[in-house]
Ligand binder design. Structure first.
Ligand code: ZN
Length: 430
C-alpha cells in the first residue's frame, strides 16, 4: 500500500484528536505504555509511550548505551472543527439542530452542504467510578445547509458567516427531538443516564482520496496536521539504532493556542524528558546537558502556491506540492528555524536524497503560528520548523502532494538515524 493510501486510512480512523492518539497507540506495536501517575522503570534499548488527556502522546525509543541527547519531532493532533455544546439540541419549528461553537480558525464555507457526523469521547459512570470511551457515530447524520441563492443574492459577494446563526447543523425533523444523547450513548455502549461528561465534535464524512492524471494529489480532512503526525510515527517505527533517544510528540490544542494541560504550551514535554533521565538513574545536570545537545523538528503543514492566487506567496520563498519537505522561516521567529538548525537539517536531507524547499510568508502577510516556538518556551532546544506544502489549509477537505508523504517519512527517518553531536554552542558533528 502506498504511504498516501496509508495516510488516508489513518485519517479515516482518526475523526478527532482523541481518535488520532488512539490510532497512533495501535500503530506503536512493541512499545510499552507508561502512566504519568505511576513510577517509570525504563530500560536502555526500550520503546515506550505516554499519553496525556488521551489527546496528546509522547512516544520514544532509547538507545542501548547511555545517551547524551534527544532528537524530537513534534506535530499536532487537532484540526479546526465545531464542538457540540453540553445542551446539544435546538428544537426549532419542524427541525432539530445541534448547538455548536467553533474550535479553531476554520474556513467556515467548507463545512456547508456535505454529510457530517459526530465523534469524540464520553465519560461514563461505571460500578467503580468513571471511564473514558471514544465514540464515533460513524453515519451520515448532519448537514449544514446553505441558504438558496434566491433567498440570499449576496452569497457570492463576500458573505460573512455568523457561527450563532449560519452554521448550526440540521440533526433531523421534530420527530428526532431528544434523540441526540441516546444516539451518543448507543455508540458508546452505555445507558444515556450514565454519560456524565463528553467532548464531542463534528467531522467531515468525505473520505480521503488520491486524485489527478498522475495520482499526484491527495485530498482528505485534517491533513493539517495528521499528515506530519502520521509521517513522524512511521519514521519512529522505521528508524534504526542511534546513539541518542528518539522522541515523537503529537500535541493537542495547537489550533486554539496550545495553552492546555496537554498542549505544546504545557509541562508535558518537560516532564517526560526529565522523567526519562531520572528513571535511568541520571542526575539533574544530565538533563541540562542533554537539552543543550538536543534537536527538534516542529512539523506542521505549510502553504503551497495557490493556482488562482499565486500573488499571496512570496516571490521566491514559495513552495510547491510534491516539491519536498518545506523548511519555514520567519524573521520574527514565529517559526523557529535559524541558520544553525537549517544547516543541520539541510545536510541530513542532502545525505538522504530528500528534496527540501524554503517557505516564508509574503512580507506584508503575518501568516500563522505553530508549535515549535511555544514548546521551546518550556524546553528550549535547537528547533527547525518544517511541514508539507498543501492547499486550502483549515478547510474541512485539504489537498497535498502524494510524493511529499514519502519525502517526509524518509527525511524524518534520516533525522532519527543521524546522531547530531553538539560540539560547542553552534558547532555540530553529524
Ligand atoms: Zn497545523
Amino acid at each position: 500500500m502506498s504511504n498516501a493510501q496509508k495516510l488516508i486510512d489513518f485519517i479515516k480512523k482518526s475523526p478527532t484528536g482523541f481518535h488520532a492518539i488512539d490510532t497512533i497507540v495501535r500503530e506503536l506495536e512493541g512499545f510499552e505504555p507508561l502512566q504519568e501517575s505511576e513510577n517509570w522503570r525504563l530500560q536502555p534499548g526500550g520503546k515506550y509511550y505516554v499519553t496525556r488527556n488521551r489527546s496528546s502522546i509522547i512516544a520514544f525509543t532509547l538507545p542501548k548505551a547511555p545517551f547524551k541527547a534527544f532528537q524530537l519531532i513534534a506535530s499536532h493532533s487537532d484540526s479546526p472543527t465545531f464542538k457540540i455544546k453540553e445542551n446539544a439540541e435546538i428544537a426549532k419549528g419542524k427541525y432539530v439542530q445541534l448547538d455548536t461553537e467553533r474550535y479553531g480558525g476554520m474556513i467556515m464555507s467548507s463545512w456547508f452542504d456535505r454529510p457530517l457526523s459526530v465523534a469524540g469521547r464520553v465519560l461514563a459512570r461505571t460500578e467503580k467510578g468513571i471511564k473514558t470511551i471514544l465514540v464515533d457515530l460513524d453515519k451520515d447524520l448532519l448537514i449544514i445547509p446553505n441558504v438558496a441563492i434566491h433567498m440570499n443574492r449576496e452569497i457570492n459577494n463576500g458573505y460573512k458567516y455568523n457561527a450563532a446563526v449560519d452554521t448550526f447543523p440540521l440533526w433531523g425533523s421534530d420527530e428526532t427531538k431528544d434523540t441526540f444523547k441516546a444516539e451518543v450513548a448507543k455508540a458508546a455502549g452505555v445507558a444515556p443516564e450514565d454519560i456524565l461528561g463528553a467532548d464531542l465534535f463534528l467531522y467531515n464524512r468525505m473520505e480521503g482520496r488520491v486524485w489527478g492524471v498522475k495520482d499526484e494529489y491527495v485530498s482528505a480532512p485534517r491533513l493539517d496536521d495528521i499528515e506530519c503526525a502520521f509521517a513522524s510515527v512511521e519514521a519512529l517505527k522505521a528508524a534504526g539504532d542511534s546513539h541518542h533517544a528518539n522522541v515523537c510528540c503529537v500535541f493537542d490544542n495547537e489550533e486554539v493556542g496550545s495553552t492546555t494541560k496537554q498542549g505544546a504550551d504545557s509541562s508535558f514535554l518537560y516532564d517526560v524528558l526529565r522523567r526519562i533521565l531520572l528513571s535511568l538513574g541520571r542526575g539533574e545536570e544530565d538533563y541540562y546537558k542533554a537539552l543543550a545537545a538536543s534537536f527538534m523538528l516542529s512539523a506542521d503543514n505549510a502553504h503551497a502556491v495557490h493556482p488562482n492566487h499565486p500573488e499571496y506567496s512570496d516571490p521566491v520563498n514559495q513552495t510547491q506540492m510534491n516539491g519536498g519537505i518545506v523548511v519555514k522561516f520567519n524573521a520574527n521567529q514565529k517559526y523557529t528555524t535559524d541558520g544553525v538548525s537549517e544547516a543541520v537539517f539541510h545536510q541530513i536531507c542532502q545525505k538522504a536524497n530528500v528534496p527540501v524547499q524554503h517557505y516564508a510568508n509574503r512580507s506584508d502577510l503575518p501568516g500563522g503560528g505553530t508549535l515549535g516556538n511555544i514548546s521551546g518556551s518550556h524546553v528550549s532546544i535547537n528547533t527547525l520548523d518544517i511541514g508539507l506544502a498543501q492547499l486550502a489549509m483549515h478547510s474541512c477537505y485539504e489537498t497535498a502532494g502524494t510524493k511529499d508523504i514519502d519525502y517526509m517519512i524518509d527525511g524524518m527517518k534520516a533525522f532519527y538515524e543521524t546522531d547530531i553531536e553538539c560540539a560547542a554552542d553552534g558547532e555540530y558533528k553529524l
